[in-house]
Design a protein around this ligand. Structure first.
Ligand code: NAD
Length: 249
């Protein structure tokens, strides 16, 4: 039996990295998957890759209109939603003295405000007993060079989850946090690490992780599947660290 048979799932930023790996796995496990992304052509390519009747909704998680559109389309096409994974995120490492208000706002608008208003908009469409997964980061609790704004923008996520787990308890909606350590995705390049620098950067990270390597997107997808499915039916309000033990050192 597939673990998400008959379930409808939305994954924001589902066109790349952890979101795409989760979308592929959820679809393989029987879910009707809906992904969101900013650019239509990238969205179309990801929808093709996921297969299994996946659909894409184009938009920016920093936009409240986009969240209203997602909620409306889910209601119209599927009636209700079983799994909402607020996964889209950006990181722009910069020493605090050099952070511009624009860079600050961009990270908070996507990583924090985007998650808050995404969940606010989708909550009326969630089926009773639904699972909400918020993608956080180990950086919310562990210090990394130049990550103050990113860490601040992610630190709110676990607090949101704990509050929502209580606010939504009468509808048996579970809200959990998935917190990755370093994972080999496109976000590494977006941080400004060039292809030439990448092997050295990955080795530097691997040396800081008890597992001796960085994570793979699919390993995060497996953890997301656990939180999405009834395998975690008594798990609520937690932060699941998937970091190869990096938080220990
Ligand atoms: P990624 O860059 O491959 O994926 C990020 C996704 O977010 C992309 O699909 C991107 O299009 C989307 N996105 C960004 N801004 C958006 C916006 N304004 N509107 C809609 N979509 C937007 O990186 P990833 O590693 O898969 O990151 C996924 C999540 O995991 C992020 O929240 C990230 O902060 C978090 N995370 C990643 C790592 C890591 O090392 N890869 C570690 C900790 C946390």
């Amino acid at each position: 039996m597939q673990r998400l048979e008959g379930k409808v799932a939305v994954i924001t930023g589902g066109n790349s990295g952890i979101g795409l790996a989760s979308a592929c796995l959820f679809a393989e496990q029987g879910a009707q998957v809906i992904i969101t992304a900013r650019r239509q052509e990238i969205l179309d390519e990801a929808v093709r890759q996921i297969g299994h009747g996946a659909i894409g909704i184009q938009g920016d998680v920093a936009s409240l209109e986009h969240h209203a559109d997602v909620a409306e389309q889910v209601r119209e096409r599927f009636g209700a939603l079983d799994i909402y994974m607020a996964n889209a995120g950006i990181v722009t490492p910069t020493p605090s003295q050099q952070v511009t208000p624009e860079a600050f706002d961009a990270q908070f608008n996507i990583n924090t405000r985007g998650v808050f208003f995404g969940v606010q908009a989708i909550t009326p469409v969630l089926r009773d007993g639904a699972s909400v997964i918020l993608t956080n980061s180990l950086a919310a609790t562990k210090v990394f060079e130049g990550h103050a704004v990113y860490a601040g923008s992610k630190a709110a996520i676990a607090a949101f989850a704990r509050n929502w787990a209580l606010e939504l308890r009468m509808r048996r909606i579970r809200v959990n946090v998935l917190s990755p350590g370093p994972v080999d995705t496109a976000i590494i390049g977006k941080m400004g690490v060039s292809e030439d620098q990448r092997p050295g950067f990955m080795k530097m990270l691997a040396d800081m992780i008890p597992a001796g390597r960085v994570g793979e997107a699919n390993e995060l997808a497996q953890a997301a599947l656990y939180l999405a499915s009834s395998d975690s039916s008594f798990v609520n309000g937690i932060e699941l660290l998937v970091d190869g033990g990096m938080s220990l050192v």
